[in-house]
Design a protein around this ligand. Structure first.
Ligand SMILES: C[S@@+](CC[C@H](N)C(=O)[O-])C[C@H]1O[C@@H](n2cnc3c(N)ncnc32)[C@H](O)[C@@H]1O
Length: 224
């Protein structure tokens, strides 16, 4: 079975070897920041899921958070540590969102940076892992791809999508979980969350057709 962790690590190593420094575009990181600041309050203790090279973390600095970023790529994390070196209230750890260690402590808010849709299997374990890291009344913000007729399929023949299960495959190997908006909301409710707000972001315009953007779900949830 191919190791998903090593594919993310390999992706970051390739990016850096090509002289690029980040996974997403600045536009995408700015959009993530706008979404995050709808929910994050100054000085909260915040966990960033799939923090990558720290693009969102950097934008959140003015909020004076106590911020912990986790990712499975050590290469990405070393860039995040460099980027936020001046801020001791920002810490970065190598960990899977499926198995977040107790030593991270508890959080007011957990922010998904397009990470939960990278978990095609073990979805109940994912939600349980997040729930164990929440303070009482803590919230989770999910920002994830949703939809049925994914645009990526038109430009990347290696990708396929089983709309019934929501699994996106690359070369036949499960890589993403992209259900419909309604199915993702139902999944959150069935896995012990109360949905506080739900927004379906429809992407009608595609600025870069070679790097298409999918529709997204943006949810604020807490323990039911
Ligand atoms: C789609 S990328 C987004 C990266 C970054 N948040 C951004 O917007 O540029 C998903 C990130 O999640 C990380 N990731 C994937 N699976 C993970 C897991 N099981 N645990 C922790 N991080 C994971 C990847 O290494 C990658 O940095």
């Amino acid at each position: 079975m191919p190791n998903q962790n090593s594919s993310y690590e390999a992706h970051y190593q390739k990016l850096l070897s090509e002289g690029r420094t980040q996974w997403s575009t600045d536009k995408s990181a700015d959009a993530l920041y706008v979404a995050a600041t709808k929910f994050i309050h100054p000085r909260e203790r915040v966990l960033l899921l799939g923090c990558g090279v720290g693009m969102l973390a950097e934008r959140l600095v003015p909020l004076e958070l106590e911020c912990v970023g986790v990712d499975i790529s050590s290469t990405a994390l070393s860039k995040a540590r460099e980027r936020l070196a001046a801020y001791p209230n920002y810490q970065f750890f190598e960990a899977s969102v499926l198995d977040l260690p107790d030593s991270l402590g508890l959080f007011d808010l957990i922010m998904d940076e397009y990470c939960t849709h990278c978990i095609p299997n073990e979805r109940p374990a994912l939600w349980q892992s997040l729930q164990r890291r929440l303070k009482p009344n803590g919230r989770v913000i999910i920002k994830a791809m949703v939809g049925e007729n994914l645009r990526i399929l038109a430009v990347n023949p290696r990708m396929t999508h089983d709309a019934a299960s929501g699994t996106v495959f690359r070369d036949g190997i499960p890589e993403r979980h992209v259900p419909t908006f309604a199915v993702l909301q139902a999944e959150l409710e069935q896995n012990g969350f109360e949905v506080l707000s739900a927004e379906h972001i429809i992407r009608s315009e595609q600025s870069d057709p070679s790097r298409p953007e999918e529709d997204e779900g943006l949810f604020e949830v807490r323990l039911a």
